[in-house]
Ligand binder design. Structure first.
Ligand code: PEP
Length: 259
């Protein structure tokens, strides 16, 4: 179902004490200041999932997600974490195919398709990332590449399944660089992704899919980025590590602005 979502990707940052302090600060500010129905997700490192969930407590309006999962269900895969394990902890989301996983861990479209499947089968919502490197955009190949990434990892899903996936368009050149896509660039790509989904699944299904923008979103640029009709919120890296900044981004996702 299409919703507004702001998800923080903490990556491999923070000690446990720092992570718990950040969680408490965000939860307190959200409770006091955020009136909107924007879904808020904290994608923490694996070891912090349970402690963060404990700090949030039962019935929190903040959900928790992981940053990766295994493509396998169970078994002899030393060092891996399964989607079922994540679901059993009460994580609700999992980032799949972040560009850092594609780049540093060689994850390709076929592997990511398997991860999306296992996440869905385990009851998790995959946040599937796609996006082009700078050299591809400079040559004008960005839509082709993103179209291929989405096709390779998602097009085997049926209509009911694809509606459960959140897509995050994250141009690689904008991740952690301070260089953000303009709202026109984000809207153009989001509309393109939605049109591809419409061609495959029909307009009604495509209109029901949440597409987030990620890449140096901060408190100053979030409102403009999120104002585009096909941008349903953000996947936020660096700025999600600062409680005030992250909460301002959540507020920017609300329409009209929350008090
Ligand atoms: C990310 O890690 O998904 C991301 C978008 O990072 P940043 O906001 O720091 O660019």
């Amino acid at each position: 179902m299409r919703k507004k979502i702001v998800a923080g990707n903490w990556k491999m940052n923070k000690t446990l004490d720092e992570a718990l302090a950040l969680t408490s600060e965000i939860a307190g500010m959200v409770k006091d200041e955020v009136r909107s129905d924007t879904t808020i997700v904290l994608c923490t490192p694996f070891p912090y999932l349970v402690p963060v969930l404990r700090v949030l407590g039962d019935g929190s309006r903040i959900a928790v997600g992981a940053q990766n999962c295994s493509q396998h269900e169970w078994g002899a895969y030393t060092g891996e974490t399964s989607a079922l394990m994540l679901a059993s902890l009460k994580a609700q989301y999992v980032i799949i195919g972040h560009s850092e996983r594609r780049q540093y861990f060689g994850e390709d479209g076929k592997l990511l398709a398997a991860k999306v499947d296992i996440a869905l089968r385990s009851g998790l919502t995959p946040i599937f990332c796609c996006g082009e490197p700078l050299e591809v955009r400079e040559k004008g190949g960005h839509q082709d590449l993103v179209g291929e990434q989405v096709e390779a990892s998602l097009y085997h899903l049926d209509e009911a399944q694809i509606k459960k996936v959140v897509i995050a368009y994250e141009p690689v050149w904008a991740i952690g660089t301070g260089k953000t896509a303009t709202s026109a660039q984000a809207q153009e790509m989001h509309a393109f992704i939605r049109s591809q989904l419409a061609a495959k699944y029909g307009q009604a299904t495509a209109s029901d899919i949440t597409i987030l923008y990620g890449g140096s979103v901060n408190a100053s640029n979030a409102r403009e980025l999120f104002s585009s009709p096909d941008v349903d919120g953000g996947l936020v890296g660096g700025a999600s590590l600062k409680s005030r900044e992250f909460v301002e981004i959540i507020k920017a996702c609300s329409t009209p602005a929350s008090p």
